[in-house]
Design a protein around this ligand. Structure first.
Ligand code: ZN
Length: 485
């Protein structure tokens, strides 16, 4: 039922550029349809079984800094080496946040509270202060004017979750003189857990509470908040490898994050992306007949702030960055209530994050065309900075990729075209213990795997054409000249 006709690929694109002195037969040229057809969903599932076993044997997760992460690295390195790749595991510094004591007392009652990642600690013995509820509007606690008429000085302020990042609510509160912030969840689920993101933007202790507790505390009163938090510098590793063939000046770089959250085994997030890239690497082999080298990255410490990909990009000099033609990211590709989303390189979705660097629009069109051939009409998903493409687009490297959705809801329109449940999360197990293989949608995983193999094979053969990216040399240099400025 599948048609594969959309790509017009010139013969010149199929010529081998390197490895010519090699006496080994370079094999037939790699292309999108060929690599897609070679991908085995069973093999992808086999990798997910191994990652789940690793989590089970290591306390239920594969988070940065844990034995489960180290075992995940060993597994991926072993698979790649068995496929003939030379593998590096460059180390980088990780800022690891931890919270020991976390308590909130109100009129002798203990209320569950959780420090947001990178929250400073409260003074020894806790912070005893007035509680000042901030009225909830469409942008609760996001603007200083939300505090008009309130005496926030020295107080613990209570704001609702939503509309703007936690770090912004915390900065606004600090600006109005607050001593600490409590963020009440806007859903009936767990505490409002999350991260303040960048450590250098953090000013005052900030913690999450449940929606119900937030509502109960709106009458104000006195509270004692104790958050004993610390940040330790530790080490983690990325796993990096590259084909020995293909132009190293036109690298097609592809990545998925190898760490899970501490709360679960991380099988959809992002064992799925890892497994599909591993299978792609095995099918491609270390010496494929390709024009462009393919570099695989399995990132560490994504879940605690994209730290592995950021360290990697920061560690590349200008020439090494210029060698990367594009970066393709695959983070969650088997969601149980799957969406079919391509990173919105051209900003057609106008989600507020702007277009990707020049070339990103072509990558989006490529993945749209691939999914259309598979009978699926995809939507865009914004470059919102929630995965490892962030450091790449920040330096002007065009990026793209596929995503089957996380904790956002599937719309009625999306359910109508893809099936599944409307007004329910794409992945209700996101960042939970239930993010297991049993809860991965095998059909969505199979479609993603085929589309990812297709996209990688396509660009390994050629980065040119109407859906290509700027060529090495002047075109690429000028396309990236304004990045990060
Ligand atoms: Zn992820």
């Amino acid at each position: 039922m599948r048609k594969r006709v959309a790509f017009v690929i010139g013969l010149a694109g199929a010529l081998v550029v390197s490895g010519c002195s090699d006496s080994e037969d370079p094999g037939p040229p790699i292309d999108g349809p060929g690599l897609a057809a070679a991908i085995s969903t069973d093999a992808v599932v086999g990798d997910l079984e191994q990652l789940e076993r690793i989590a089970t044997e290591n306390g239920g997760n594969r988070a940065a800094g844990t034995p489960g992460y180290d075992a995940s690295v060993d597994y991926v390195v072993g698979q790649l080496e068995d496929a003939g790749f030379d593998v590096e595991t460059p180390e980088f510094d990780v800022e690891a946040f931890s919270a020991t004591t976390q308590t909130l007392q109100v009129a002798g009652r203990d209320i569950p509270v959780q420090a947001l990642t990178y929250s400073p600690a409260t003074p020894a013995g806790g912070l005893a202060a007035r509680l000042v509820p901030v009225p909830s509007d469409d942008t609760p606690g996001c603007e200083v004017t939300d505090y008009d008429g309130l005496d926030a000085a020295g107080a613990v302020v209570l704001v609702d979750r939503g509309s703007c990042p936690f770090v912004q609510k915390q900065q606004v509160a600090a600006e109005r003189g607050a001593a600490a912030v409590l963020v009440a969840n806007n859903e009936d689920a767990d505490l409002a857990a999350g991260t303040l993101g960048e450590r250098d933007e953090v000013r005052i202790p900030t913690a999450g509470i449940s929606k119900a507790d937030g509502a109960a505390l709106r009458q104000g009163g006195d509270v004692t908040l104790t958050l004993d938090t610390r940040i330790e510098i530790t080490k983690s590793r990325n796993v990096i490898t590259q084909t020995k063939t293909g132009s190293s000046g036109n690298v097609v770089m592809v990545g998925a994050h190898l760490d899970s959250v501490p709360e679960g085994p991380g099988i959809n997030d992002d064992g799925s992306g890892v497994a599909v890239l591993l299978e792609t690497a095995r099918r491609l082999g270390a010496k494929p007949n390709v024009d462009n080298a393919v570099r695989f990255a399995f990132w560490g410490a994504e879940e605690i702030g994209l730290q592995g990909s950021e360290a990697y990009v920061n560690g590349l000099d200008d020439a090494a960055r210029a060698d990367i033609a594009m970066y393709l990211n695959f983070d969650m590709v088997g969601s149980p209530n799957a969406g079919f989303l391509a990173y919105d390189g051209d900003n057609s979705g106008k989600a507020g994050d702007g277009p990707g660097p020049e070339g990103s629009a072509g990558i989006e069109r490529t993945f749209e065309a691939i999914l259309l051939q598979l009978g699926i009409s995809p939507d865009g998903t914004a470059f919102d900075g929630r995965s490892d493409y962030g450091p790449f687009i920040a330096v002007g490297i065009p990026a793209g990729g596929l995503f089957t959705g996380a904790d956002e809801d599937k719309t009625a329109d999306q359910a109508a075209k893809w099936g599944g449940q409307a007004d329910a999360a794409f992945d209700p197990n996101y960042h939970k213990t239930r993010d297991t293989l049993a809860n991965v949608d095998r059909q969505a995983l199979a479609i993603s795997a085929e589309a990812i193999g297709y996209g990688i094979g396509h660009y390994a053969q050629s980065i040119g054409g109407p859906n290509g990216v700027p060529a090495a040399g002047d075109a690429r240099t000028s396309a990236r000249a304004d990045a990060g400025k």
